[in-house]
Write a protein that binds this ligand. Structure first.
Ligand code: SF4
Ligand code: SF4
Length: 417
C-alpha cells in the first residue's frame, strides 16, 4: 500500500471507529461473543482493537500481530450493525483493519483462494479435479496425503453434488418464449460459484424469469464478484470493471432492467457497490427481484414442510425488504408449510470454515441443533456457503437453493407467458 493510501485508510478507519460510543448493546447479537464470552471477541472489543491498529506504526509487526486475532475471527456477519444505535459499520472497520495486518498462513491461503476464484481456467481446473475425486470416491485415499487445511476444504466441498465440466453453466441469451425481444432483459451473474457448485440453479433462474415475463441473459465474459477478496481488504476494481463490461450491451437492443445475483454473500456485496455508485451495473438479489414480480408467478401446490434459512448476509447485509422476500415467494406456493427460526450464523462465512475451523465448527453445531428438531422435508438456503456447511453436517435433510425448489413448482402456464 502506498504511503498516501495508507494515510487515507487510517483516516477513514479512525472516523469509523469514532462513531462507536462503547454502549455494548451489540454484544448479545455477536456470534463469536456468544461462544467465547470474551469482550475482545465482541464488536465493541474489535472497535478497540481497530483503534489500536490506527495508532500503530506500519513497521511494528509484533504489535500488529498481537491485535490481529479477534480482527481475523470476526465473521463480518453484520449482526452487530443491525442492532447498533450509532450505525457503526463493523464490517467496514474489519475490512480496513485487515489491510494493516502482517502476513499469516491464513491470509496467504485467502489470497490463493481468491486468485483461484478470479481466474476462469483455475476455477475450471479445480472443478474438474473435484469432480473426478467425487465421482471416483478418491477422497479417503487422497485426504491423508494433503495438508490439514486442504483436507478440510475437501471435506466441505465434496458432499455437494458436482457436475462434470461438460455441464458447466450455459451462458448466453434466453429470450422470453412468447414475447421475445419485446420483453425487458434481466442479466444473471453466474459468478465463480456457478462454475463450481451452483450450475444447477442457473436454468431454474432462467425459467423463473421467463415465467415473470423477462428475457434472461448470462454473458460469457463475466467473472467472480470479488466479495471474498473485498472482505479481506483486496482491491477488486478490475473485477468490477470486467463485470460492468460483460453486462454493458444486452442482446437485440433490449433494455437491461437489472442483473440478478444468486448468492446472498455476492448480492449483499454487489448491492452495496450499486448503492455507493461504485459500479455502473445495477445489481439485485434474485429473491428480492422475483419477490417484486411474484404476482406474475403461478405455482403448483406442495404438501412439503421446508425450512427457509435466512443467511446472515440476507438478514443483515441486504436491505430489510430482502430478508422477507424469500418468505413472500415461498408463501405463494399453495399448501407449502414454511418454517423459519432464529438460528444464528452457520460459521461458513466465505472461507472462515478454513481459516477459523474451531469457531466455525462450534457455530455450525449450534446452527444444526436449531434446525434439525423442526424436521423439515428440506432446507432452502439462498447461500452456497451455508448450503455446503449443511451438506457437511450430514443430517439426512436435503438442502437446495430456493430457486431450484420454486422452478420445480412453477405451473406450466403462468401469467407471464
Ligand atoms: S458498535 Fe454500536 S452497539 Fe456496539 S458498542 Fe459501539 S456504539 Fe454500541
Ligand atoms: S460482524 Fe458479526 S462476528 Fe463480527 S463483531 Fe459484528 S456480530 Fe460479531
Amino acid at each position: 500500500m502506498s504511503d498516501k493510501r495508507q494515510k487515507d485508510t487510517r483516516h477513514t478507519l479512525a472516523q469509523l471507529t469514532d462513531q462507536c460510543v462503547k454502549c455494548g448493546l451489540c454484544l448479545p447479537a455477536c456470534p463469536t461473543f456468544q461462544i467465547t464470552d470474551n469482550e475482545a471477541a465482541s464488536p465493541r472489543g474489535r472497535v478497540v482493537l481497530a483503534e489500536g491498529i490506527v495508532g500503530t506504526e506500519a513497521d511494528n509487526a509484533s504489535r500488529l500481530h498481537s491485535l490481529a486475532g479477534h480482527i481475523d475471527d470476526c465473521l463480518q456477519c453484520q449482526a452487530c450493525e443491525s442492532v447498533c444505535p450509532s450505525e457503526v459499520q463493523l464490517s467496514e472497520i474489519i475490512r480496513l483493519s485487515r489491510q494493516f495486518l502482517p502476513e499469516t498462513p491464513a491470509r496467504r491461503l485467502t489470497r490463493r483462494m481468491t486468485a483461484t476464484l478470479h481466474s476462469r481456467w483455475r476455477r475450471r481446473l479445480l472443478a474438474a479435479v473435484l469432480y473426478v475425486v467425487q465421482k471416483n470416491r478418491l477422497a479417503p485415499w487422497l485426504k491423508p496425503l494433503l495438508p490439514v487445511t486442504l483436507q478440510r476444504g475437501l471435506q466441505h466441498t465434496l458432499p455437494v453434488p458436482l457436475g462434470p465440466l461438460a455441464s458447466a453453466p450455459a451462458t448466453g441469451w434466453f429470450p422470453h418464449p412468447s414475447k421475445g425481444s419485446r420483453a425487458k432483459t434481466v442479466g444473471i451473474l453466474s459468478g465463480c460459484s456457478a462454475e463450481l457448485h451452483d450450475a444447477i440453479n442457473l436454468p431454474a433462474v432462467v425459467q423463473l424469469l421467463h415465467a415473470a415475463g423477462f428475457n434472461a441473459w448470462i454473458p460469457p465474459k463475466q467473472n467472480c464478484c470479488g466479495a471474498l477478496a473485498h472482505h479481506h481488504g483486496e482491491n477488486i476494481h478490475a473485477l468490477t470493471q470486467t463485470n460492468a463490461r460483460a453486462f454493458s450491451n444486452p442482446p437485440e437492443n433490449t433494455q437491461l432492467t437489472t442483473v440478478v445475483v444468486l448468492n446472498t454473500g455476492c448480492s449483499a456485496h454487489l448491492e452495496a457497490l450499486t448503492k455507493k455508485k461504485k459500479t455502473q451495473t445495477v445489481y439485485e438479489d434474485v429473491m428480492r427481484f422475483l419477490s417484486r414480480h411474484r404476482h406474475q408467478l403461478r405455482f403448483t401446490p406442495s404438501t412439503e414442510t421446508v425450512f427457509a434459512h435466512r443467511p446472515c448476509t440476507q438478514q443483515h447485509g441486504l436491505a430489510a425488504d430482502a430478508d422477507q422476500s424469500m418468505l413472500h415467494l415461498l408463501n405463494q406456493v399453495p399448501g407449502l408449510t414454511v418454517l423459519t427460526a432464529a438460528t444464528g450464523c452457520c460459521g461458513a462465512a466465505g472461507n472462515y470454515y478454513l481459516t477459523q475451523p474451531q469457531m466455525s465448527d462450534a457455530l455450525a453445531q449450534q446452527w444444526h441443533a436449531a434446525i434439525t428438531p423442526l424436521q423439515p422435508d428440506r432446507v432452502l438456503s439462498p447461500n452456497i456457503g451455508c448450503s455446503m456447511q449443511w451438506h457437511e453436517l450430514d443430517s439426512g435433510i436435503p438442502v437446495e437453493h430456493p430457486v431450484a425448489f420454486l422452478a420445480r413448482q412453477l405451473e406450466t402456464r403462468t401469467a407471464g407467458t
